[in-house]
Ligand binder design. Sequence first.
Ligand code: ADP
Ligand code: MG
Length: 329
Amino acid sequence: MTAEPILTISGLNVDYGTGANGVRALRDIDLTLHRGEVLGLAGESGSGKSTLAYAVTRLLSPPGVITGGDVHYHRPGGGEPVDILSLTPDELRAFRWQELSIVFQGAMNSLNPVHTVHSQLTDVLTAHRPGMRAAERTARAEELLTLVGISADRLAAYPHQLSGGMRQRVMIAMALALEPEIVIMDEPTTALDVVMQRQILRKLVELRERLSFSVVFITHDISLLIEFSDRIAIMYGGRIVEQAGAAEIYRDPRHPYSDGLLHSFPALHGPRRELTGIPGSPPHLSAMPTGCAFHPRCGKAFEPCAERVPALAPPDAGQDREVACWLHH
Ligand code: ADP
Ligand code: MG
């Protein structure tokens, strides 16, 4: 992809706890989000997806600590990249919502039950646009609801009067309120709601085309990402093990783990794949296998796999994809 980067993550390490009790949850993460792109982040539960979302937005709370690496935001129009990891609390407050917003795992249940949609949407505007008049805030709230496909007359509703899908859309409206450049969505609906996740993702992609923001969409269900994202990064044991265009991952996954994930979820379109799943279970942080963390579950493991960690690099020189697997290096 030739698009310019908007968010670059390099060498990011995150630990939970320190000293003898510390475990490493993210290892040497290198990842770039390009302008206007939908980047999908996939991996089984516990692979570190949420930790990555929290770390890059500086929302990681103890015992989580960033122990290394850099995260830079590249403002549209150029200028010095913003070093997110060294923003002061005031700078962070301005940065979140305006430049980057995040919708958390299970967020639709985090709407305040005793406040109307109107008051929750306008709160964001009140906090960040002190010059805006009440009537302007209401107009903007109406506009935002309409944008996510909800009739403006639902502004007066309380969260319990809306369906789960509508509450999720309200969360997206809120995330878009200040026209951020980047929206991160971490498993916006539960594991069971594949249909709803699909609707949300389709809406986001449509809005992205109109409003030209960039998206990181996190889910354990890779079949959604195949359909809606431009590029997919796959995590295992706190590392990125493969990243490539969505079509390339679908047609030709290079990491045996990516291949396993593709055979763990029914494809939404196209030829049916046999669902074989992945034998075994993901590693615990306190007992991470040596070498490639996936090797104990990998049907293709050979000598180097248990010994050394494979680098994330293009399988063939010059390719615009990367894989961390000894089969290719
Ligand atoms: P995912 O979002 O991919 O399911 P997470 O980022 O939530 O993964 O978790 C990655 C790893 O970090 C898991 O092994 C999880 O148990 C561990 N972890 C997450 N939060 C904490 C915490 N607050 N304290 C200790 N370990 C944590
Ligand atoms: Mg998670």
